[in-house]
Design a protein around this ligand. Structure first.
Ligand code: GLV
Ligand code: GLV
Length: 331
């Protein structure tokens, strides 16, 4: 019997590597493959499945040449893969949804609290030895309790964020598939007992004290938050992005933060990762994390297990447990 063969572009946590090694031959290059090298490896016919990362771009050109039965993406998101091109070439795609929901919602709350209470600015001041003692007017921030949290999107991560925010006394409004709309089922709302209200995108933008993004990156959501939207937000509003960088026009965000168009931003993702738009890092009213949404030891280990099981299934010609299907939008 032919051994299954895997190309793992970047080593994943050991529970996943063990599953792959038990099932077949695993090749880990040990350096970052260039786009050309990745394309050549995928076309070589040496591998059944590639285990990919968000930074590996699997575009239509690469997929047209690829000789693979599947792509197992080590992420919930899959905007790095041209899903319809994969389908055209009968290449299955797996992802790791669900398990990183709570961890990512935690990071969303972390950014809401840190921006509202100026945690990073305050920490820098302490470390610089600039704390001169308690003062009535020192480093005042914004109330989270009583503030309106507007959720762009109403998938798993948005709903997990809403549950946490309700515990902090926030009012929840949401737009389920901005900039358009989709009907919301009673089932989706049941757990919130009337504490979350669906609104249109324009109302969400204009009335949120915190506007938090929870949409997949797609042509519809690219630059969802642009100059115009930033201009329609309250000047006291805070933008939170734990979704995907290109959902925000980052240079426009820098301008809005600089000229008082909005009050602050908490970001975990960037338009051109790993770089940041000039100016962003110099602004005091930003909290900047390096894409840590799913970064806990246990979540990354579980992602590795799911990713490896998806890979083994596809290498054996079977559908993966978590399959990304062309034309079906993310929740
Ligand atoms: C992280 O951004 C993921 O999609 O898993
Ligand atoms: C991500 O897993 C989401 O469904 O929001």
């Amino acid at each position: 019997m032919n051994r299954l063969s895997f190309l793992v572009t970047t080593e994943i946590p050991s529970p996943g590597m063990e599953i792959l090694r038990a099932a077949g031959t695993v090749h880990v290059p040990g350096f970052r493959l260039s786009p050309e090298e990745l394309s050549r490896e995928c076309a070589s016919g040496s591998y059944d499945v590639v285990v990919s990362q968000l930074r590996d771009r699997l575009d239509a050109d690469l997929l047209a040449r690829a000789r693979l039965t599947g792509i197992s993406n080590y992420a919930a998101g899959f905007d790095n893969i041209d899903i319809s091109a994969a389908a055209r070439h009968s290449i299955m795609v797996g992802n790791t949804p669900g398990i990183l929901t709570d961890a990512t919602a935690d990071v969303t709350l972390l950014l809401i609290l840190a921006t509202a209470r100026r945690a990073v600015e305050a920490d820098a001041l302490m470390r610089a030895g600039r704390y001169m003692g308690w003062e009535p007017q020192f480093m005042l921030g914004l109330d989270v309790s009583g503030a309106t949290l507007g959720l762009a999107g109403f998938g798993r991560i948005a709903r997990a964020t809403a549950r946490r925010a309700i515990a902090f006394g926030m009012k929840i409004i949401f737009c389920p598939r901005p900039p358009g709309h989709r009907p919301v089922t009673a089932g989706e709302l049941a757990e919130f007992g009337g504490e979350a209200r669906a609104v249109g995108w324009d109302e969400l933008v204009a009335t949120s004290d915190f506007l938090s993004l929870h949409v997949p990156l797609s042509p519809e959501t690219h630059h969802l938050v642009d100059e115009d939207v930033l201009g329609r937000m309250k000047s006291s509003a805070i933008l939170i992005n734990t979704a995907r960088g290109p959902v925000v026009d980052e240079p426009a965000l820098v301008r809005a933060l600089r000229n008082g168009g909005i009050a602050a931003a908490g970001l975990d993702v960037y338009e051109n990762e790993p770089s940041m738009s000039p100016g962003l890092a110099e602004l005091p009213n930003t909290v900047l994390l390096p894409h840590l949404g799913s970064a806990t030891t246990s979540v990354r280990a579980e992602m590795a297990r799911i990713c490896a099981r998806n890979a083994v299934a596809m290498a054996g010609g079977n559908r993966p447990e978590h399959e990304v299907v062309a034309g079906v939008p993310a929740p």
